[in-house]
Write a protein that binds this ligand. Structure first.
Ligand SMILES: *Cc1c(COP(=O)(O)O)cnc(C)c1O
Length: 413
C-alpha cells in the first residue's frame, strides 16, 4: 500500500507514533524554483506571477487568475470589486475562519452571520432565508466550501435573492473540490483561494482570485497593487516606463514571483496530493465507522461533486467525556488535532458588531461542541492514521469502562 510522497514516520519513544496536526510540504522543485527567482534579480510581482495565474486558472477552470498576498485580502478585494454602497449587508456562514469575516468588515460592509446545518457545517437555503427575512435583502453573499465539501452555491444564492455575480466564494479549503464534474473556481463574481502553510496547495502564504469577467480581473489586478495601472510592475524592468496612473483606491496585496514560482512547481504535485488525501479519508472512514459516538464527516453524493479533504472533521459524542477532554487525551498521546472553527459569532468583536439573527445560531453552536479535526495531509502515513484511530477507540473504550466502574461503586453519577 502506498504511503504517500516522502512518507516519514515520526516515531517518539518506543511505540508511540507522533502525529502532528499539520504539515507544510514545500517540494524540492518548489525550493529550487524559489532559489532560481531569488538569484534572478527580480523577486516581486512579475512574469512568474503572470505564469502562475494562467496555470492556476486553467487548473480550476476559470478564465482569469489574479495572484494576491492571501485569501483574506482576496475576499476583501473581490467584495470591493462589487462596488457596493458602504455598509451593505453581506451574508457569511458563522462556521468559518474569522479572516473571511474581517474581509467583509475591511471592504466596508456589514457581515450578517448565517447558521449552518450541523450535518454539513454549511448554511442551507433555509438558514439563509431566516437571515434575509429578518434583515432584508443582502447586497452580496460569501460561500465557503467548508472542509473541502461542496456547497450548493446556486441554491444559496437563490435563497439570498442574489445573482451569481453577487457571490464571492471562499475556496480556502476548496483547491481540489468539484461541484458536479467541474472544479470550484468559476461561475461566480470571484473565487478566492488560499496558499497558506496548511492548505492543499501550500506556499506558506499567498492567495489567488479567479474570475471569468475580464473587467473584474483587470480591476482586481490594479486594486491588489495600490490601484496603479496594471502594468506598473514593469516600471523597474529594462524598457519599462516610469509613468503610471491611479484611478481607484488599492491595497498592497500582491503575490511575489518567489511564491508564484513555488506555486507552479507545487501545482505539479496537486493531483497526487489530492489522491493521497482521499486515501487517508477512506482509511479514517473505515476504522472510525465502528466507534460509537463518532460521526464521520459529511461528503457529497457522487453526482454532486468531489470533496477536497482539506479537513477531516468528525463529530464526537462520547458518553461522559467532552470534546475538549478528548483533545487533551489525544495530545497526551502526541496526536495533534484542531477545531474548525470557533463560530464567528462567539468571537468577542463579531458578537458585538456583526448582524446575528435574533433566534441565534443553534446549528453552529451544537456542531461546535462536537467538532474535532483529525490530521490529514499528503505526507501522513497509514501508520499515523492507524495510530489516531486506535487512540480514539481506546479513549472511547476507557471512558466506557470508567463509567461502568462509577455506576458499580463510587457512584459519582
Ligand atoms: C485559511 C482560511 C482563510 C484565509 O486564508 P489566508 O490565505 O490565510 O488569508 C479564509 N477562509 C477560510 C475558510 C480559511 O480556512
Amino acid at each position: 500500500m502506498t504511503t504517500g510522497i516522502n512518507a516519514v514516520p515520526r516515531s517518539i519513544g518506543t511505540d508511540d507514533i507522533a502525529v502532528p496536526f499539520a504539515d507544510c510540504h514545500i517540494t524540492e522543485e518548489a525550493q529550487a524554483a524559489a532559489l532560481r527567482v531569488l538569484r534572478s534579480g527580480w523577486v516581486t510581482t512579475g512574469r512568474e506571477v503572470a505564469a502562475f495565474e494562467a496555470s492556476f486558472a486553467t487548473v480550476v477552470g476559470a478564465e482569469y487568475g489574479v495572484g494576491v498576498s492571501s485569501c483574506t485580502h482576496g475576499i476583501e478585494l473581490a467584495l470591493r470589486s462589487l462596488d457596493l454602497p458602504p455598509g451593505s449587508l453581506v451574508l457569511s456562514s458563522t462556521m468559518t475562519f474569522c479572516g473571511a469575516v474581517q474581509a467583509i468588515v475591511h471592504a466596508g460592509q456589514l457581515p450578517v452571520l448565517v447558521d449552518v446545518d450541523p450535518k454539513t457545517g454549511m448554511p442551507t437555503p433555509a438558514t439563509i432565508r431566516t437571515a434575509v427575512r429578518e434583515f432584508g435583502p443582502p447586497a452580496a453573499l460569501t460561500v465557503v466550501h467548508w472542509a473541502g465539501d461542496v456547497a450548493d452555491v446556486p441554491a444559496l444564492a437563490e435563497a439570498a435573492g442574489l445573482p451569481l455575480d453577487r457571490v464571492v466564494v471562499d475556496a480556502a479549503h476548496a483547491v481540489g473540490t468539484y461541484a458536479g464534474d467541474r472544479p470550484i473556481g468559476s461561475g461566480c463574481a470571484a473565487t478566492c483561494f488560499s496558499f497558506y502553510a496548511t492548505k492543499n496547495l501550500p506556499l506558506g502564504e499567498g492567495g489567488m482570485i479567479t474570475t471569468d469577467d475580464p473587467v473584474r480581473a483587470e480591476w482586481l489586478r490594479r486594486a491588489r497593487l495600490h490601484g496603479m495601472t496594471a502594468d506598473a510592475w514593469r516600471r523597474y524592468l529594462p524598457g519599462g516606463s516610469w509613468r503610471y496612473n491611479v484611478a481607484a483606491p488599492g491595497l498592497k496585496a500582491n503575490l511575489t514571483d518567489i511564491q508564484a514560482a513555488m506555486g507552479r512547481a507545487q501545482l505539479a504535485y496537486l493531483p497526487r496530493w489530492q489522491r493521497r488525501r482521499a486515501q487517508i479519508a477512506a482509511r479514517y472512514d473505515e476504522q472510525l465507522a465502528g466507534i460509537p459516538g463518532i460521526t464521520l464527516p459529511h461528503r457529497p453524493a457522487l453526482r454532486d461533486g468531489k470533496h477536497a479533504w482539506h479537513l477531516y472533521p468528525i463529530q464526537l459524542r462520547f458518553a461522559g467525556i467532552d470534546r475538549d477532554a478528548v483533545i487533551a487525551a489525544l495530545s497526551e498521546r502526541a496526536i495533534g488535532t484542531s477545531v474548525h472553527f470557533i463560530p464567528v459569532h462567539r468571537l468577542a468583536y463579531f458578537s458585538q458588531t456583526a448582524v446575528i439573527p435574533s433566534i441565534g445560531l443553534a446549528g453552529a453552536d451544537t456542531l461546535f461542541d462536537r467538532l474535532l479535526s483529525l490530521p490529514i495531509y499528503p505526507r501522513l502515513t497509514d501508520e499515523q492514521v492507524d495510530a489516531v484511530c486506535a487512540a480514539l477507540a481506546d479513549i472511547a473504550q476507557q471512558n466506557l469502562a470508567d463509567r461502568t466502574t462509577c455506576k458499580d461503586g463510587k457512584g459519582t453519577e
